[in-house]
Design a protein around this ligand. Sequence first.
Ligand SMILES: Nc1ncnc2c1ncn2[C@@H]1O[C@H](COP(=O)(O)OP(=O)(O)OP(=O)(O)O)[C@@H](O)[C@H]1O
Length: 244
Amino acid sequence: MTLPAADASAPQHAAEPAVQVTGVTKRFKLRGRRDPLVVLDDIHLTVPSGGSVAIVGLSGAGKSTLLNILGLLDRPDEGTITVFGTDTTRLPERQRASLRGKTIGFVFQQLNLLSGRSARQQVAVPLLYEGGRALRRRGELADEALTRVGLGERLHSKVSELSGGEQQRVAIARALIRDPRLILADEPTGALDPVTAGQVMDLLFATAREDGRALILVTHDHALARRADAVHVLDAGRLALDEN
Ligand SMILES: Nc1ncnc2c1ncn2[C@@H]1O[C@H](COP(=O)(O)OP(=O)(O)OP(=O)(O)O)[C@@H](O)[C@H]1O
């Protein structure tokens, strides 16, 4: 897919990690319980530029909680998240939102598609907040992104007319249209058959391998996790490298 070209004027920091997580802790207060639930306990993680990391763990281990924090959708109680050299700890909400929008593409389990809109309209939505060329070319860029995920024949189909797997691919095309440097994916291929899943993951891994980009993938699928450069296991609040 020829997505919008990366900003050639943007500074390149090849040696700088894409994401650096230090000492992240997250607790939730639970109803009827005095002690909070410690979901993340002193998490450390480095994702190199051009790299991919898979996070595996049992249901309830805290994978989504961690992904929400990495995606700047939630804040940790302690610790720091540095994204492409920007320490997000003390960033005001508006700047966090701006960094999130410009830098991060989300492929989450909840697709959040609008049922009345066509695939092309859905995929173009993130470009509505951009000015200039990307805004003007949004239809063309959406078509390219949809073609890349194998939906070139369904540009005008409404979500309600698409299968679950096709909807998931629409969400992936939408996540990629702004050419994000960091892709956060939570079970991105859960609704796809093995062949389509393989193609979609090829696309996500290929995107991440470009210098200055990265992919963080949460999955229960160990075969898929092993395609990443490193696999980390989240268990009892701690994140450990899976050496197997
Ligand atoms: N806002 C919240 N308030 C209280 N507890 C929460 C909240 N969000 C998550 N939790 C709890 O934190 C734990 C981790 O949840 P999380 O959704 O991160 O797990 P997960 O590893 O993504 O699970 P799954 O694989 O089932 O999606 C769970 O026990 C969950 O109930």
